[in-house]
Design a protein. Structure first.
Length: 295
């Protein structure tokens, strides 16, 4: 990611969600509130408005995107939606069980905390990301004239600051609240030691029940993965951490966590798709849920 620009991937994910929402066979996966929040978020910046304009272009929708997906990552726009549906359902389940603090690490332009904070005013929501990306969210709230008292933003540049040091001093954060951490599409950009350090920081930050939902990547097993990896490198977002799902339980155990569930793309498809599952899917990424019940 360039120093003074929001993550290109963050913009691409929102655009991909709206691309999927416009396809008749998948429109039911993206409800109106979700769709409108993504549109408004993109519309709050010049880069985002360019992405929206692209979606209005027939050639881009019907020719460019399908070709790019076949080359780089089959059905990745559908994957974005399935991944977010899985995370949202898990978050809602934990909120119903009494979770009172939700922290999104590397939130990008995700709208989940914004949408849930309106439904759960008693819960504290904190989003953490690079300052350049969070600037776009500030533009969004200025344009919408919305300021939610239970939704907080903590900009962190991890090249100069640490999660533990910054979050522990953040006024909106409480170490005593049952907390859900979300880390979507982030860990793959860290090295193994940085991932271990993150797990360690979460445990040190929280004195109460701690749940963690995150995404991880399987090691490369076909040419699409290599092409995608090279493409992300050109965007300044190189992939470093890959972990086979068969090894995840052992990995989180060594970090002091218990693995609750792994949701592969096949599982997400079976949960959310009503029709036929596409023959080719981006199966490298999966969701994992882990927890520490006593700290």
């Amino acid at each position: 990611m360039k120093e003074n620009e929001a993550s290109s991937t963050a913009l691409t994910v929102l655009q991909g969600i709206l691309y999927t929402a416009r396809k008749p066979e998948y429109a039911y996966l993206v409800d109106d509130e979700f769709k409108q929040s993504c549109e408004r978020m993109l519309n709050a910046s010049e880069q985002g408005r360019k992405r929206l304009k692209q979606l209005d272009n027939w050639f881009y929708r019907e020719c460019a995107v399908p070709v790019l997906q076949r080359l780089l990552a089959p059905n990745i726009t559908l994957h974005y939606v399935l991944r977010k549906r899985g995370i949202e359902d898990y978050a809602r389940t934990q909120l119903k069980k009494g979770m009172t603090q939700v922290i999104n690490l590397g939130a990008g332009l995700d709208t989940l905390a914004y949408r849930l904070s309106k439904k759960y005013p008693e819960v504290s929501f904190i989003e953490i990301d690079h300052p350049a990306t969070q600037n776009l969210k500030e533009q969004f709230f200025k344009s919408s004239n919305e300021a939610l008292e239970n939704l907080h933003y903590l900009p962190i540049d991890f090249t100069e600051q640490t999660l533990e040091g910054e979050l522990s001093q953040f006024a909106a954060f409480s170490a005593e609240k049952p907390t859900l951490f979300i880390c979507e599409g982030v860990l793959m950009y860290l090295n193994e030691q940085q991932v271990k350090d993150l797990f360690s920081s979460l445990k040190k930050l929280c004195n109460h029940q701690l749940h963690f939902v995150f995404t991880a990547l399987e090691p490369e097993d076909h040419s699409h993965n290599s092409l995608l990896k090279r493409y992300l490198q050109t965007k300044g977002e190189a992939i470093h951490w890959l972990k086979p799902k068969a090894e995840m339980a052992d990995f989180v155990s060594h970090q002091g966590f218990t693995l609750d569930e792994i949701a592969t793309e096949e599982i997400l498809c079976s949960r959310y798709l009503k029709g036929e599952v596409p023959k080719v899917l981006l199966t490298q990424e999966y969701l994992a849920h882990a927890q520490v019940t006593e700290n």
